[in-house]
Design a protein around this ligand. Structure first.
Ligand code: MN
Length: 356
């Protein structure tokens, strides 16, 4: 699996006339090597090196058979790396401009006198957009746990329980049911607070008539899931019903439209235009969706800026929302796999408005 990814990366390097790349972003290190400790990689046309310190040597040797494991002990991890690179005779070395700190960049440059150091952005992230079968299975599993947690929390919601208690219960349930952690800090936003798209749970107590938005995900074998549902405590009023049905219809239209070869921008537009048509254009201020994988937010994006075409095997969220200040908000989010002629929806929880 990793040798295939290394070959793909090498093809990419040679297309760009790069002799090698220093990989420093943890998710990219894991994707290319399978190593989840601290350290970094150097992948050249012929060699694959993993630099780490004493704490991880045993683990690295076991987890990464495709890599030569090199131990560093100096204050600057890049000194050892620079020596190796010079001995290999590279003319240039790419690095991840979106991840390396200025301090380390300057160190690297000073050690690599005579080697051209070239900034890249998103080279491995691009490889990561299309998931293989193994990755898809893991993400499915993560989403299954997330759906189960939603079913579980419905029994737990009642007037008087706080947002923080609900969030904690979701997270506890997911970990008890096979998640190694959460994909991101759970969002629970109730009542007027539900107009905050990313409301952090507070000690606010649930009250009759509240909208409650839950946005959460599990992490399984390093991969994330992501879903959002909005429910009502008690009987919904007319405005709540209206907003909910608009968001639901916007999502339905986007899900019907989404498939391989359309751009993220176009899918975003389908939902956005519908919401605007209904008079809530200014109340939908975020992107329609994003890629999900080793990171909770990754390429591709489904937004006005999503120029690239979607491809089979990409995993993205579709999550329109409407947020009205001092009133509340609704977001509905599913996680889907792009296919040739549509998508496979991994989120199984009902989207009919749940009134508790
Ligand atoms: Mn999301």
């Amino acid at each position: 699996m990793n040798s295939e990814r290394i070959s793909k990366l090498r093809r990419n390097l040679s297309e760009k006339d790069l002799d090698g790349i220093l990989v420093s972003k943890p998710e990219n290190i894991f994707y290319i090597s399978g190593f989840d400790g601290e350290g970094f990689l150097v992948v050249t046309r012929e060699r694959a090196l993993l630099f780490t310190d004493f704490r991880y040597i045993e683990q690295a040797k076991k987890e990464c058979p495709d890599f030569e494991v090199v131990e560093f002990e100096s204050v600057s991890p890049f000194k050892k790396c620079a020596d190796e690179i010079k001995s290999i005779g590279l003319k240039n070395l790419a690095f991840e401009g979106h991840y390396l700190t200025v301090k380390f960049y300057e160190e690297l440059k000073s050690f690599l006198d005579g080697v051209e150091v070239i900034k890249t952005d998103g080279l491995i992230e691009e490889l990561r957009t299309i998931k293989d079968e193994v990755e898809l299975e893991i993400i499915k599993k993560a989403q299954e746990i997330t759906d189960k947690a939603f079913e579980h929390i419905l029994d737990y919601i009642r007037p008087g329980v706080t947002e923080s208690e609900l969030a904690l219960e979701i997270e506890y349930f997911m970990k008890k049911n096979g998640a190694e952690g959460v994909a991101f800090p759970t969002i629970v936003a109730s009542g007027p607070r539900s107009s905050l798209p990313h409301g952090t749970p507070t000690s606010r107590k649930i009250q009759p008539g509240d909208f409650i938005t839950f946005d959460f995900g599990a992490k399984v074998k390093h991969y994330c899931s992501d879903m959002t549902r909005t429910v009502v405590m008690g009987k919904p009023n007319k405005d709540q019903l209206e907003i909910y049905s608009i968001v639901l219809e916007a999502q339905k239209r986007a899900l019907e439209y989404i498939k391989s070869s359309v751009s993220g921008k176009d899918v975003d537009k389908v939902a956005r235009d519908f919401i605007a048509e209904k008079g809530f254009g200014r109340n939908f201020g975020h992107a329609l969706g994003h890629g999900v994988g080793l990171e909770i937010h990754e390429a591709p994006r489904l937004s006005k800026l999503g120029e690239t075409s979607l491809l089979p095997g990409m995993v993205v969220t579709v999550e329109p929302g409407i947020y009205v200040k001092n009133f509340g908000g609704v977001r509905i989010e599913d996680l889907v796999i792009i296919t040739e002629d549509g998508c496979i929806n991994l989120t199984k929880s009902s989207k009919d408005l749940i009134c508790l």
